[in-house]
Design a protein around this ligand. Structure first.
Ligand SMILES: *[C@@H]1O[C@H](CO)[C@@H](O)[C@H](O)[C@H]1NC(C)=O
Ligand SMILES: *[C@@H]1O[C@H](CO)[C@@H](O)[C@H](O)[C@H]1NC(C)=O
Ligand SMILES: *[C@@H]1O[C@H](CO)[C@@H](O)[C@H](O)[C@H]1NC(C)=O
Ligand SMILES: *[C@@H]1O[C@H](CO)[C@@H](O)[C@H](O)[C@H]1NC(C)=O
Ligand SMILES: [Cu+2]
Length: 219
């Protein structure tokens, strides 16, 4: 079972890792998916998707059977690599196929208004290390999604489930949840600390170096 998991992880190296399906991604490049920011897709893509500030889904399609996911946003027309605002703290999920990161909303205190351009970046853990990145260019809107629109952009395949939420750190850090980027988080309201008393998993970081993929599969 453990071996089978590790093996399927290796097989999936050749697939798209994960795709960001809504809001519409800039695109996907297998070769550069691990490049920060945006998996190597550096150009803003238009038309932008209207994305409600009050809360909207982020629709992914997962190609690994276990994935850590976090969602960030960068405000501005062409915000470069300033993905300092966390929309959804790191979570751990299982399963393949459609995965809707539920209702994601902007933290308070950002200088945004109806029509502010922004870019959403989804970060997952690497394949096997580092991170995987995909971005979608949006226009923030104060309009909410209709129930029908929400439903059409928020689907979970049967069997897909969230195992843990509000995990400290960033998926592009080590698999233990340690994050080099955490100390770089800005002060103020932009990056809410993980709530619920989330603690780092106790597995030692050296474990991952030592056992590699098999270690990841054991988690
Ligand atoms: C990891 O992701 C964070 C947030 O998106 C980013 O600030 C940081 O630069 C990334 N680190 C690397 C090594 O890509
Ligand atoms: C990054 O974005 C945040 C939030 O929009 C902003 O407050 C901050 O000034 C930006 N930092 C840089 C270096 O542009
Ligand atoms: C899909 O799963 C996510 C995460 O568990 C949840 O927030 C969302 O509401 C679910 N969506 C549907 C349509 O079941
Ligand atoms: C908010 O953003 C607007 C438009 O980008 C800018 O003119 C204004 O100075 C900003 N206000 C603050 C307090 O940063
Ligand atoms: Cu992959």
């Amino acid at each position: 079972m453990r071996t089978a998991l590790a093996f399927s992880t290796v097989l999936s190296l050749t697939s798209a890792h994960f795709t960001l399906d809504w809001p519409t991604a800039r695109g996907f490049s297998d070769d550069t998916a691990g490049n920060f920011p945006c998996g190597g897709l550096d150009s803003v893509k238009t038309p932008r998707t209207s994305w409600p500030v009050s809360g909207a889904p982020v629709q992914l399609n997962m190609h690994h059977d276990q994935t850590r996911v976090a969602v960030y946003i960068s405000i501005g027309e062409d915000p470069g690599s300033n993905y300092s605002v966390m929309l959804k703290p790191q979570l751990s999920m299982q399963g393949l196929g459609d995965f809707c990161v539920g209702s994601v909303s902007l933290p308070e205190g950002l200088n945004v208004t109806d029509g502010t351009p922004a870019t959403i970046q989804v970060v997952t853990n690497g394949d096997p290390s580092g991170g995987l990145y995909q971005c979608a260019d949006v226009t923030l809107t104060t309009k909410t999604l209709s129930e029908q629109d929400y439903g059409s952009h928020c689907k979970n395949r049967t069997g897909v489930k969230v195992v843990e939420e509000n995990i400290a750190g960033n998926p592009n850090g080590t698999a233990s949840g340690d994050s080099p980027s955490q100390s770089a988080a800005p002060s103020g309201t932009a990056a809410p600390p993980p709530s619920g008393g989330a603690v780092l998993p106790t597995a030692a970081p050296w474990l991952f170096g030592a056992v590699g993929l098999a270690g990841l599969a054991l988690l």
